[in-house]
Design a protein around this ligand. Structure first.
Ligand code: 4AD
Ligand code: MG
Length: 466
């Protein structure tokens, strides 16, 4: 079926050229390049539907040079013409232009995106225009496909898409890396008698923040609907200037009643393989383009992950391997340490050569809600570690025992958790879940080097453009 009745979508033409050959097509898009001679001019046209450009041929007996002059890189045009099999090399079909309408020009002197390749840093500065490049359009199409795949995966499994709030009064990860939401006048803050800020006068009558995770509310959904997932924006005010951190990212958080940690690991592995397979199947052209320009090993790496079982290993064993590796790490390794990405990547890339699910972490470095093991030292956590990325998923079985959870909450001095504790007070069940960072998945699938280049408008410390 044609995607759009107002124009011929270029991806439709390439999907089934025979259907269009000999017919008049009506293509609209942005010019990538124009070249040619006194007799004929060739325009490479892109409409965003595919990485492939459609070649438009202008016969100079029919079009004057004057008419074609505004057609420069970045200009937008509408062409009607006959689709024919191409005589030239490099493309199967081309359009013999019969009529031309110019929507908008893009003067060479001022249009920032010219034919030559631009650095990722330069493109980040003009992030409002970078979707017009081959690279970013490829990444953004993959981003769409994966978002769709994620909904498909969970819907097909009978999970419910559950909407958790973006504005919240709780700190799900207990890490204090939250952006505050307030309408108080910061120049003139209302104070209580003991000199503290009087949040009763704030918009919500209490302190509020942007969510760092929808998990706690997700657990309310799972312990009623059985299995849910969230998929939404997540905000973290950590001052992390790394190629793997954003201040605003998207997270997918499935939460399942009656799942133990092994079930959770099975689901995480199946889920991530499904996503990668989906991209391999539905985004082949875009992945091939990115592989050719940035990362030759990308297709192999993707296939490898899909075809191999992930290693499952307790944290304690992981520490042993790191200690015995003889490798000089920047950050020291000892039992109890929160692993740095160099440690995670050593296990994955140099030791096992496979994705690793690390389990049973020390309780001190993990969140309060994780199920406590009988050893009194570790919790039933699971992090999925990936080549090139490090941690791509973080999750756990949850503590379903009211007393144990309450003790841990008190130990850590957390307050306002009564609503959460109610899930354990009334009809508590074993349950588990995890969070996948959507942009980390995209980093892996696209082969891009920096997480700022897989989201249209990245937010990171000292940057909030557009
Ligand atoms: O490990 P995290 O902090 O786990 C949670 O938030 C749990 N509540 C998830 C759950 O069990 N439902 O975050 C989960 C994932 C990480 O593994 C990582 O992929 C991604 O979210 N992530 C980030 N991605 C981009 N930028 C950041 N600043 C991120 N912080 C976490
Ligand atoms: Mg984590």
């Amino acid at each position: 079926m044609d995607k759009d009745i107002r124009r011929t979508v270029i991806s439709d033409i390439f999907a089934d050229p025979a259907k269009y050959v000999g017919k008049t097509v009506d293509v609209k898009g942005w010019v990538r390049t124009r070249r040619g001679n006194k007799n004929v001019q060739f325009v490479a046209l892109n409409d965003g539907s595919t990485i492939k450009n459609l070649q438009i041929v202008f016969d100079l007996q029919q079009f004057s040079e004057e008419e074609l002059r505004p057609i420069t890189t970045g200009s937008s045009i509408h062409v009607q013409g006959l689709l024919i099999e191409s005589q030239g090399k490099g493309q199967s079909v081309e359009v013999q232009a019969q009529s031309l309408e110019i929507y908008g020009t893009a003067p060479v002197e001022s249009y920032p995106l010219q034919k030559k390749g631009h650095s990722m840093e330069f493109l980040r500065d003009i992030a409002h225009l970078r979707p017009r490049t081959n690279t970013f359009s490829a990444v953004l199409r993959i981003r769409h496909a994966l978002a769709f795949a994620i909904h498909k995966f969970f819907n097909d499994k009978g999970f419910y898409y559950f909407h958790t709030p973006l504005i919240t009064a709780s700190d799900a990860e207990g890490a204090g890396a939250q952006f505050q939401v307030t309408t108080l006048n910061l120049e003139e803050l209302p104070k209580t008698e003991d000199g503290k800020i009087d949040y009763s006068q704030d918009f919500f009558g209490k302190m509020a923040s942007l969510t760092v995770s929808g998990q706690l509310e997700g657990e309310l959904g799972a312990t009623a609907l059985g299995a849910i997932y969230t998929f939404g924006p997540t905000f973290r005010a950590e001052n992390s200037n790394t190629p793997r951190h954003l201040s605003e990212f998207w997270m997918i958080e499935p939460e399942m009643a009656f799942y133990e940690i092994e079930d959770n690991m099975d689901l995480a592995e199946e889920f991530i393989k499904f996503c990668i397979n989906y991209a391999l199947e539905h985004c082949a052209d875009d992945i091939a383009f990115l592989a050719e320009h940035f990362d030759k090993e990308l297709p192999e790496r993707l296939k490898f992950v899909v075809e191999n079982d992930f290693v499952r290993l307790p944290y304690t064993e992981g520490i042993k391997i790191l200690e015995e590796s003889g490798k000089k790490f920047e950050f020291p390794v000892y039992w109890g340490v929160d692993l740095a990405s160099e440690h995670e990547r050593y296990l994955v890339e140099e030791h096992f050569h496979k994705p690793v699910i690390l389990t049973d972490y020390p309780k001190e470095i993990k969140a309060f809600y994780m199920k406590q093991n009988d050893d009194g030292k570790t919790v039933r956590a699971m992090d999925v570690l990936f080549p090139k990325i490090g941690e791509i998923i973080g999750g756990s079985q949850r503590e379903e025992n009211y007393d144990k959870l309450k003790n841990r909450i008190d130990e850590l001095g957390l307050t306002g958790m009564d609503w959460y504790l109610d899930t354990r007070r009334f009809g508590t069940v074993p349950h588990s879940g995890f969070g996948l960072g959507f942009e980390r998945l995209l980093l892996f699938v696209s082969g891009m080097q920096n997480i700022r280049d897989v989201i249209p408008f990245p937010r990171y410390p000292k940057n909030c453009e557009f």
